[in-house]
Structures are given as structure tokens and as C-alpha cells.
Design a protein around this ligand. Structure first.
Ligand code: ZN
Length: 167
């Protein structure tokens, strides 16, 4: 069944992938389990998603993704210095820690601590890979049509069901 399928919106695709930037390994699914994602649901960066469209099981591809189709360009004004008191007491700000900041309309956006100087905490809202050219090496291992629930949630469910928090 899977052999005759092509990657398209609404398919759950299982891949092994390696991501390098400037020849340096960033992450690889080959350290563990293959990675499963729902195609057409923005589970992966747009440049990689479009490169995978139409491919079949068994294919391997090397994809170079420019920042505008990856994690976006770096924005210099996305860095802010905030007071230690803006964080909960039990939270220890440290360089490299990711946390979620809540915007005025209640949306959670990822941010990273890039500096700690006494009570001055420097926070960067850029994704760590923003502005980077991403080199993906991908092998398509399997694919299947997504279930109704998966389509509704916008992500694949493993053998144990959803496994994610939903509102
Ligand atoms: Zn779910």
C-alpha cells in the first residue's frame, strides 16, 4: 500500500532525517526513533515540506532550505532585556534556556535566554536557527493516510493515542 503512495497533504509520513548547518550536526532522528509528521499541517519547516511533496517510500533526498522557508530571518529588535522579577521565583534564568512567553492576546511564543547579568535578563525571541541555511538529509520510511482525529489535531498520533495536551 505505502509503496504506491506519494507524500501529500493529509498523509502521516515517517522519516529519518539529519539536520546540519554549515556542516555542523544540529539534530538527527538517527540517534533514536524515526520522526513522524502530518504533511500539510506545518509540522515541519515550509521548505522541507514542499521538497517532500510527491515523494515516495524508499526515496532519500538532500534539501537545502533558505531562512525565509526555514525558521525565518533573524530580527535584531527581537532581543529584549527584562527584569529578573518578570520570571517566577522558582525559575532560575540561565543562558540557553528556552521558555514560553505569553503575548497580550494570550499566545505562547518561544523565547531563549541569551544573557544573565544580575537582575537583567536578555531574552531573544528569534528561533536559534533563524537566519540559518538548513541542510536536511531525509529518508522516507513509511506513510499512511491520517485519521480524522489526527487531521483535526494537526499532528500524528502514535500507538498510545494523542499524547499531547489539548484545550
Ligand atoms: Zn492530538
Amino acid at each position: 500500500m505505502a509503496e504506491n503512495s506519494n507524500v501529500a497533504d493529509g498523509m502521516v509520513v515517517t522519516v529519518h532525517y539529519t539536520l546540519t548547518v554549515d556542516g555542523n550536526l544540529v539534530e538527527s532522528s538517527r540517534d533514536g526513533k524515526p520522526f513522524e509528521y502530518l504533511h500539510g499541517a506545518s509540522n515541519i519547516v515550509p521548505g522541507l515540506e514542499s521538497a517532500l511533496t510527491g515523494k515516495t517510500v524508499g526515496e532519500t533526498l538532500d534539501v537545502t532550505v533558505q531562512p525565509d522557508l526555514g525558521y525565518g530571518e533573524r530580527e535584531d529588535d527581537a532581543t529584549q532585556v527584562v527584569s529578573r522579577s518578570a520570571f517566577p521565583d522558582e525559575f532560575t534564568p540561565q543562558v540557553g534556556i528556552q521558555f514560553f512567553a505569553e503575548t497580550e492576546d494570550g499566545e505562547a511564543i518561544p523565547a531563549f535566554i541569551t544573557g544573565v547579568d544580575g537582575d537583567d535578563i536578555t531574552v531573544d525571541f528569534n528561533h536559534p536557527l533563524a537566519g540559518q541555511v538548513l541542510d536536511f538529509s531525509v529518508e522516507i520510511l513509511d506513510m499512511r493516510p491520517a485519521s480524522e482525529t489526527e487531521l483535526e489535531h494537526g499532528h500524528p498520533h502514535g500507538a498510545g493515542g494523542c499524547g499531547h495536551d489539548h484545550d
